[in-house]
Design a protein around this ligand. Structure first.
Ligand SMILES: [Zn+2]
Length: 222
C-alpha cells in the first residue's frame, strides 16, 4: 500500500510573508455567459502574487535567460526516486561542509544517479518563525558534491541554499546550469518514515516564468 505525504506549506493569504493577495469576484464578471443571482455564491478569484512564495520550485530560467521555464521544464526531472539526507545536526547559521554532508549521505544509504535529494535541515517545523531565516547554508563544494552524485532535483526545508551575500549566486548557478530544479521551503519532513520514497512536484506550466508555488507529494510504502 502506498501512502501519500504532503510536503507542502499552506499559503494563507492573510499571513503570507510575501505578496499574495486574493480578490474575490463574481463569476459573471469574468464569463459573460454566467448568470449569478443576487446574493448567490458563485465566485472566481483575482490573484496577485510573487512567484517565490510558500513551498515553491525554481527553474533554470531564474538565472539563465535561455534556461527552461515552468512550461518547458522536463517533467521527468520533477518526479521519481528521492532520498532524505538528515542534516539536522548542523548548527544554525553554520556552513554545511563536505564531510558533514558525506556522513549524512552515508547514513541515508547513499545517493543514486537520478535521485531527488531532499535535505532536512530541521527547519520545516519552524517555517514562519524568526528562527527560520537562521538555518545552516550549503558550501559550494557541498552543492557540487550533490550535483556530481547525479542528483536530478534538490529540495530543502529553508528559504534557500545560497551562501549568504553571494554576489554570483554560486549555489543556484551550480544547480540550475545543470537543469537541476530547486524546491525551497519544503514542509513536513519529519512526517517521512523512511529515507527513500517517491516524490512528485509539478508546477503549472506558465510560459516565461521562473518559479511558482508547487504541491510536493511523497509516496511511501506503508
Ligand atoms: Zn525562491
Amino acid at each position: 500500500m502506498r501512502k501519500l505525504i504532503d510536503l507542502t506549506h499552506v499559503i494563507d493569504p492573510k499571513t503570507a510573508p510575501r505578496k499574495f493577495t486574493v480578490e474575490t469576484i463574481g463569476a459573471e464578471t469574468v464569463n459573460q455567459n454566467v448568470v449569478r443571482l443576487a446574493g448567490q455564491w458563485y465566485i472566481m478569484s483575482n490573484i496577485s502574487m510573487v512567484s517565490h512564495i510558500g513551498t515553491h520550485i525554481e527553474m533554470p530560467y531564474h538565472l539563465f535567460p535561455d534556461g527552461a521555464d515552468l512550461a518547458t521544464v522536463d517533467l521527468n526531472t520533477l518526479c521519481g526516486p528521492a532520498v532524505l539526507v538528515d542534516l539536522r545536526a548542523v548548527p544554525a547559521g553554520q556552513p554545511i561542509t563536505v564531510p558533514a554532508l558525506e556522513a549524512a549521505i552515508r547514513a541515508a544509504g547513499g545517493i543514486r544517479p537520478g535521485d531527488i535529494v531532499v535535505c532536512n535541515l530541521g527547519y520545516s517545523d519552524r517555517y514562519g518563525t524568526d528562527e527560520y531565516g537562521k538555518s545552516p547554508y550549503f558550501t559550494n563544494e557541498a552543492i557540487r558534491l550533490l550535483v556530481d552524485a547525479g542528483m536530478k532535483m534538490m529540495a530543502v526545508d529553508a528559504g534557500g541554499v545560497e551562501i549568504p551575500k553571494s554576489e554570483q549566486h554560486v549555489n543556484h548557478t551550480a544547480l540550475l546550469e545543470k537543469n537541476i530544479c530547486l524546491i525551497e521551503n519544503i514542509a513536513h519532513l519529519n512526517d517521512l518514515p523512511c529515507a527513500r520514497f517517491e516524490l512528485c512536484a509539478f508546477p503549472v506550466p506558465v510560459a516565461g516564468v521562473e518559479s511558482f508555488p508547487v504541491r510536493v507529494v511523497a509516496a511511501v510504502e506503508a
